[in-house]
Design a protein around this ligand. Sequence first.
Ligand SMILES: [Zn+2]
Length: 147
Amino acid sequence: MQNNPAQGRAPGAVSTFEAMKRGFSGCCPHCGEGGMFRAFLKVADEGPGCGEALHHHQADDFPAYVVIVIVGHILVPLVLLVETHIAPPFWVGMTLWPAAVIALSLALIQPVKGAIVGLQWALGMHGFDQAKKERDALAAGLVPAAE
Ligand SMILES: [Zn+2]
């Protein structure tokens, strides 16, 4: 992974955006290897490739709030557009929109949760603070790399 020193990060450090991108893809924010989730919304205790502790995350309800905001911003304008310009029969609206809400929400909830876990990991929130301090010290060359 390339690193831009102009951004003020130590060499080898993973940016917050990269960690969130990895999490969004269901990959470990630390090494980028897949398998962050051991079930649909259950985060694995450790990254499967590197053993990075992931059990510290406290995503709680935040992924659901983010999904509601995203789905709302997609579907509300679409509903207004379709209902005002096409005006389909009542049963179509009562079938189509709830199905769209459910499908979009299910499609987004895991990636959004992964991105939030990646964000917490990158920022050293909750129990991730010690791991972040160790990463920062390693990247700054204050601690010799293991192996
Ligand atoms: Zn990993």
